[in-house]
Write a protein that binds this ligand. Sequence first.
Ligand code: UT7
Length: 350
Amino acid sequence: MPGLSIIGTGRYLPGRPYTNHDLARVLDTNDEWIRKRTGISQRHFCPEGLGASDLALVASEQALADARLGPADIDYILFNTMTPDNIFPGPGTMLGARLGCVGVPALDLRTQCAAMLFAFQVAESLLNSRSARRILIVGAEAHAAVMPWRDWDLLEGTREGRPSAEDWERATRERGWAVIFGDGAGAIVVERAERPEAGILAVDLHSDGRFAHQLCIPAGFRRAPSGQQTGILDSPFIHMDGRDVFKHAVTKLPRSVTDVCEKASISVNDIDWFVAHQANQRINESVCERLGVPPEKMPSNIDRCGNTSAATIPILLDEMRRDGRLREGQLVCLLALGAGFHWGSVLIRF
Ligand code: UT7
């Protein structure tokens, strides 16, 4: 069976970073709490008027250039996001048009922070069934659209003053999740590889909708009661039961890694890198501890980028490829848990 090779990567973190001190101008929080509880020092936000597909475009162009390919060489697009530009259509088709991949099938994946894992499995199937030769996989997020403050000038420090009491209280009510998310995009070009050792060794993926309410934006196409306005914009904010999600992550992820190793008949110690979703540094430290993995094998960029949901894994992979940490022949385990819940791990020989 032919393998799957990563032949190009790119990333884009828009604008300047926003520090924890910047957030403390618009809601009741502080740098010490955020760093201690999450490991995050700063994050980026999507610029005014732009969305996930705009961020994805920059990362994708970079990945194509890295692979020395043009838009005509791509025959499938897999777009992962939980913050699409529109309710419909999904951003995959918009990205394709702007890249010049006109007519190329574009599939939007809605598996939130775990989407990259699902995308790799789908990509491998497309390559092995000869439905595609070269696939662009993108993860991009624009959480800025749902942030609970209104006054970006105050956040940026370009205007002196304080938010109104009402704005301050609203933003503070949402602080549990508002301080962890950031924006960005990562892109990966994969192709069918004739190197038989390269590619996916095993996949362990799960979804469990019994926990959908623990992390969601509860707004969508539910018919409103007679005489009332439509429910599409019922809630503009993210709902996250942070402690519960945390507990699920630190129990489900180590189990998934153990299971994926068993499927591939390898030992956890054989893995060179654990490229984990960057939701909270404490989650990843706990996963390492439970697996007996040295923390140096689980790289992190959450301090600089925050939690960019579907974009964390491709952004981190791009950083690691470009600085030389990630090399051909290494065994990598991708792992993530996110809203849905969707979670699992994928073992890839690079
Ligand atoms: O990527 C998608 C998947 N998402 C995740 O994996 C997120 C998982 N959950 C988490 O990362 C953590 O639960 C959070 C970082 C979201 C929250 O950390 P926590 O240690 O679980 O804090 P908590 O919600 O239990 O709150 C502890 C205290 C509370 O105060 P009291 O009641 O003890 O007085 C909160 O009101 O910290 C307070 N607090 C804050 N204080 C300052 C909550 N958020 C903040 C904040 N700044 N931003």
